[in-house]
Design a protein around this ligand. Structure first.
Ligand code: ARG
Length: 401
């Protein structure tokens, strides 16, 4: 093993990465620089600084990546209406490539020869990190795959032995495995590992139970320009501010809860609880504005490639040529996706109730049941149907129907 001189650790200040910090210092006996990204996880990041200081870290970096996260990753993904396995809005998946790139960037800046992350050997996140950390001169250290800690129980024992404070949730229990950012909160582990068991109420962090949501619906508008949301209720906002605002509105109305069993890239099924209030509103709103601004074949082509695009993001292939090619196609489709969508938030749902655009393809004159001024000859429909039915008639006759 070549000697490692300096490591940049992706550090949240939580239990796992605090233990990893200690373990790296002991195992490699070298300097560890901590990198903490503010992705809008909603936690104070100063405690992470204090903990790193206590652990003897000299170089502590805390960087606000919220705007870059939303404008450079979440919004491009939203343009595709991306959902993994029909339901998951990819909140953790889309954050990893960004963190990994910054981690490697910092490693170069401080002359480190390795980066380290706290993702386990069973998850998707290790793949996403490492498929984005592509500098061959920088090694990736994944302690969960190297040390002989094999379970959360053993992790807690290690923490006790090294006097690392173990956080507990409000109920005094060991916390779930949680990953949070501006797009979502994901909760896994403990009792959730049994998919036959109903998730306890206290897993939910940023949404109220729809049953307890206000009895009066709330009407909101979202403005779009070229496929990206730019305003809420007529007020222009930066990407991160806009998503924060929608998280608040959606959370209050219980929008965006998901209890899902998904197929991990690494091979097993896993069960998680997701809360994506703002993202759920934005998906509905984006589909709403696309419904009047996209041509039919363009919209259907987008829908065909969407599962493929979502799977690339889920599997960690953000920095891959095929993802960039699909992105170019998706982005190209968005040139006229501008206008305003009105939604009603009510007891867990975000429903589009109206949409308007200066670039609309919708023609009330064309579709109307009343008399129309546009040249549409009803007789044309007869021939249209007859020719579409030509082969169906041959087929039905041959089959004796
Ligand atoms: N299963 C989700 C994914 O692969 C979330 C993973 C991270 N979440 C967590 N609670 N540790 O994207």
């Amino acid at each position: 093993m070549t000697k490692i001189e300096k490591i940049v650790l992706s550090y949240s200040g939580g239990l796992d990465t605090s233990i990893i910090l200690k373990w790296l210092q002991e195992t490699y006996g070298c300097e560890v620089v901590t990198f903490t990204a503010d992705l809008g996880q909603g936690e104070e990041l100063e405690p992470a600084r204090a903990k790193a200081e206590m652990a003897g870290v000299k170089d502590i970096r805390i960087v606000d990546l919220r705007e870059e996260f939303v404008s450079g990753f979440v919004f491009p993904m939203l343009r595709a209406n991306a959902l993994y396995e029909g339901q998951y809005l990819l909140g953790s998946s889309i954050a990893r490539p960004l963190i990994a790139r910054h981690l490697v960037g910092l490693a170069r800046e401080v002359g480190a020869d390795a980066v380290a992350h706290g993702a386990t050997g069973k998850g998707n996140d290790q793949i996403r990190f490492e498929l984005a950390a592509l500098d061959p001169s920088i090694k990736v250290i994944a302690p969960w795959r190297q040390w002989n800690i094999r379970s959360r129980m053993q992790l807690l024992e290690y923490a006790e032995k090294h006097r690392i404070p173990v956080p507990s949730d409000k109920r005094g229990e060991a916390p779930f495995s949680i990953d949070a950012n501006l797009l979502h909160t994901s909760t896994e582990g403990k009792s959730l590992e049994n998919p036959a068991e109903v998730a306890p109420d206290h897993v939910y962090q940023r949404t109220v139970d729809p049953v307890d949501a206000p009895d009066t619906p709330e009407i909101i508008t979202v403005g779009f320009e070229r496929g990206d949301p730019v305003s809420v209720n007529g007020k222009a906002m930066t990407p991160a501010a806009l998503l924060t605002e929608l998280n608040g509105l959606g959370g209050r109305h219980g929008v965006g809860r998901l209890d899902l069993v998904e197929n991990r890239f690494i091979g097993m099924k896993s069960r998680g609880i997701y809360e994506t209030p703002g993202g759920t509103i934005l998906l509905a709103a984006h589909r709403g504005i696309e419904s009047i601004t996209l041509d039919r074949a363009a919209a259907h082509l987008k829908d065909e490639i969407m599962p493929r695009y979502a799977e690339l993001i889920y599997n960690g292939f953000w920095f891959a040529p095929e993802r960039e090619m699909l992105q170019a196609l998706i982005d190209h489709s968005q040139a006229f996706v501008s206008g305003e969508v009105t939604l009603r938030l009510y007891k867990g749902s975000a429903s589009v109730i109206s949409r308007a655009s200066p670039c609309s393809l919708y023609s009330d004159d064309l579709v109307t049941f009343e008399e129309s001024t546009i040249a549409f000859d009803h007789h044309d429909a007869e021939g249209f149907i007859r020719l579409n039915g030509l082969r169906l008639r041959s087929w039905a006759a041959r089959n004796g129907r």
